[in-house]
Ligand binder design. Structure first.
Ligand code: ATP
Length: 411
């Protein structure tokens, strides 16, 4: 783990942005700090693309000056007193140091401008509550009020105080992410606090739970996060039926194969696969996902699971596989494939994903009209029959298709 000269370890565009912030703020004697995740990641030698700067003064004013001088793209969030700058694919968020007071559990905090110490006290974990000053005589000085360095070196995720999860229960979900991403362990008393605060997840809005869940699913080791969160009772608070099991473990392992497209929607469908229709409806409502694409995909997966028997036999026709699956999104089919226990069902689902769904006829609707077929449902039915014949290998060329089209149309 590294500390000395942390600032210089920033990638060049971020270093330039940071040093500009340091110089401009320094003119008016305002202190600026690298803070939070960036300090953690620099110490661990992990790659960084985003940084947070905490300003003991007007962060928005400073961001405006930086944008003007550097030609960086600027987005200001006046209501929060924060601003984001983008340059060369890197992102810098600036915020005025603030003090947050939670009046009662689960409520949004009262926010007031504060100093660095206030700003660090409101944070989630010791490893995320360190700051490095970037200007003035304190340049390069680390502020570590809660033992973040020690916890980083011991690989521990630890809350700052006993009421942390009560103040904001989404921190339980954040803890899962850091633990698995960094290969850390949640410190023992933090685990105890987490377990005794699970009910506080009921105070969190659907949107916030959804955002945290999507962040889990975006992580490289999301299956480990889901398993751990299930063991600790967190997923059970999202919905009592949402639990990790052996079938899920196997399905996630299959989803990790190199030929499977890595995507959040697939992981979502895999994770909710054990729920029945009513349970899924309840979960989607709780996460404010009703009517979303994830709603559509997870319901399709559920429906498809009940139709898979139709295509489970080894000798089933390719056209039958196609007609059973083509109305489902490939994510739903991939979900079924990851869960398929019967080897011939798995092969058929994979065949559809790899090959059958891409098969097209050479003749289209216009070609049939030119051959003399009249517009109407019959035309559609002839196209379907041509495709089925193609899929089953009964015809192979455009001229085969034309002959068959003539016959089917009685021309
Ligand atoms: P990541 O690599 O996941 O982006 P990060 O540590 O930069 O990690 P952010 O979610 O961007 O995380 O938050 C920035 C910082 O804000 C965190 O490091 C943490 O100090 C603080 N923070 C974010 N969310 C909370 C929260 N719910 N409670 C307390 N502090 C938080």
């Amino acid at each position: 783990m590294q500390h000395g000269g942390l600032i210089e370890r920033l990638p060049p565009p971020l270093l330039k942005l940071t040093l500009t912030a340091a110089r401009l703020a320094g003119r008016s004697g305002v202190k600026v700090y690298l803070v939070g995740g960036i300090v953690r990641d620099l110490m661990l030698g992990r790659p960084c693309v985003d940084i947070d700067l905490a300003v003991e003064g007007d962060a928005v004013g400073l961001a405006l000056q930086m944008a003007e001088e550097m030609g960086a793209r600027l987005k200001v969030h006046r209501a929060f007193g924060t601003a984001s700058l983008k340059m060369e694919g890197f992102n810098v968020d600036l915020a005025t140091c603030r003090n947050e007071i939670y009046r009662h559990p689960g409520a949004l905090p009262l926010v007031k401008p504060g100093n660095l110490e206030d700003d660090l006290k409101r944070r989630d974990f010791t490893i995320n509550a360190m700051a490095v000053c970037v200007n003035g005589p304190d340049r390069d000085v680390l502020t570590d009020l809660f033992g973040g360095r020690r916890d980083l070196s011991q690989g521990l995720v630890r809350v700052l105080h006993d009421k942390s999860f009560q103040d904001d229960a989404t921190r339980m979900m954040r803890a899962m992410r850091y633990e698995q991403r960094l290969g850390f362990k949640i410190e023992r008393s933090t685990v105890r606090l987490l377990k005794s605060s699970l009910d506080m997840l009921d105070t969190i809005s659907g949107d916030r739970l959804k955002n945290e869940l999507l962040l889990w699913l975006n992580e490289g080791h999301c299956h480990k996060i889901l398993r751990r969160a299930s063991q600790l009772g967190i997923t059970g608070k999202l919905h009592p039926a949402l639990k990790w099991n052996r079938a899920m473990s196997l399905a996630f392992r299959r989803a990790a194969a190199p030929d499977v497209v890595k995507a959040t929607p697939l992981y979502f469908c895999l994770f909710v696969h054990n729920l029945n229709e009513e349970e899924l409806y309840e979960l989607l409502g709780r996460l404010n996902l009703t009517g979303s694409r994830l709603d559509l995909l997870s319901n399709q997966s559920l429906e498809l699971a009940n139709r898979c028997n139709d295509i489970a036999r080894p000798a089933v026709k390719r056209s039958k596989i196609y007609s059973t699956l083509h109305e489902y999104d490939p994510v739903a089919v991939q979900t079924a494939c990851c869960y398929a226990v019967n080897p011939s069902l798995r092969r058929n689902l994979q065949l559809y994903l790899d090959t059958l769904r891409h098969v097209k006829t050479s003749l289209g609707g216009n070609d049939l009209l030119k051959l003399g077929v009249r517009e109407g449902p019959r035309l559609g039915s002839i196209l379907n029959k041509l495709l089925a014949a193609r899929l089953d290998g009964a015809i192979r060329s455009k001229s085969d298709e034309t002959k068959l089209a003539h016959r089917l149309a009685g021309l």
